[in-house]
Design a protein around this ligand. Structure first.
Ligand SMILES: [Zn+2]
Length: 351
């Protein structure tokens, strides 16, 4: 409720400028991306995460009551912000049927689940879609212990909420985005990247029109390698398909966020193979450029101790802003980024 009041009064203030021309000139000198990025705050991220990763959500196990609470929370947020569903109307849930989720035979069958899909339509190139994704599920309850999954992937989830809010504020002020943005919260990641697999096999917008996927999975913590200098994030995959995407990501970081971008896990020969281990991979395998944002693993990874009090919210804020700036640039630049490094399929070269 507080946020609605804040947005409403901010808009009222902007609309009440005494001289329109003065307001216009002043506005032209303002860095629009920075203006809206400022709405992404450690405080708001914390407010969301202490709810989203609370015991009430029971570890958000795919298909279980805790996961249903999680998707209700996400939907309520988008409705409150006036951000549309990608499905139209007030249904924000792309159903992911049990039949699909249980294709691999499982000891405990998974029940029907949902991806959450919110959408801001582009002002100039609405058919070109920029996807920002994070997984909404986690491990649930095991041996009576709740796996809260604050970092995995509560952090990515609340990052998307704040990014969506920033884009919506810009949209309301007539500042784009030029391309459309799909805020995609996928289910079943912990069961084998299933929600993103389902989405890419049943996309709401043609994959050919999908510009990129910026995937956020664990961005609120610090791993052992960076204890001494925690201003970092691992980027994985940024240069694999699109030189432009990699370059603009670097540029945005230099201009705005100044995070040490660590490409250690981008190495093809890294034994962890993280490139293949989160939801972006389901986009990458269709030749859609991706960036995976990741803080690395830590002692609480996939343990009941991955709780919201251990998140570094200042870091989470700056990392979230980096994703926002990158999305802003991809969505608003003149030409669509190209997948210049994508492998050309045989049939298309023969034609
Ligand atoms: Zn994860």
């Amino acid at each position: 409720m507080k946020k609605i009041l804040y947005v409403a009064s901010a808009l009222a203030f902007m609309a009440c400028g005494s001289s329109k021309d003065v307001t216009k000139t002043e506005d032209a000198n303002v860095d629009q991306a920075a203006k809206y990025a400022a709405s992404i705050t450690a405080k708001d991220l914390g407010t969301h995460l202490y709810i989203y990763a609370s015991d009430e959500f029971e570890g958000r196990n795919t298909g279980e009551p805790g996961q249903k609470k999680a998707i209700a929370y996400l939907k309520d947020f988008y409705v409150e912000q006036g951000i549309a569903s990608a499905l139209g109307g007030d249904d924000y849930f792309q159903e992911v049927p049990a039949e699909f989720l249980n294709k691999r035979r499982r000891q405990t069958p998974i029940k029907d689940s949902e991806n959450v899909v919110a959408f801001i339509k582009g002002t100039e190139k609405p058919d070109e879609i920029v996807v920002i994704s994070a997984h909404l599920d986690h491990e649930g309850i095991k041996d009576g212990e709740i796996y809260n999954g604050a970092d995995d992937d509560g952090s990515g989830t609340v990052a998307i909420l704040e990014i969506a809010q920033a884009f919506q504020m810009a949209a309301k002020a007539g500042k784009g985005p030029k391309r459309s943005i799909l805020f995609l919260h996928v289910t079943g990641e912990e069961k084998g990247l299933l929600g993103s697999k389902y989405y890419t096999e049943n996309p709401l917008f043609p994959l050919a029109n999908t510009v990129c996927d910026l995937n956020i999975d664990m961005v609120g913590r610090i791993d052992d390698r960076h204890k001494a200098d925690p201003n970092y994030v691992y980027l994985i995959g940024s240069d694999k398909l699109s030189t432009e995407l990699h370059n603009l990501s670097e540029e945005m970081n230099k201009k705005y966020t100044n995070i040490n971008l660590d490409y250690k896990y981008n190495d093809e020969n890294d034994p962890n193979r993280f490139y293949y281990r989160s939801d972006h991979y389901n986009f990458a395998k269709h030749n859609i450029p991706i960036i995976f944002y990741f803080n690395g693993t830590h002692a609480d990874y996939h343990r009941p101790s991955d709780t919201p009090d251990k998140i570094n919210y200042e870091l989470l804020e700056n990392r979230t802003r980096l994703v926002f700036y990158t999305a802003w640039e991809v969505a608003n630049r003149e030409a669509r980024i190209t997948a210049d490094k994508a492998e050309v399929k045989k049939e298309s070269t023969e034609k």
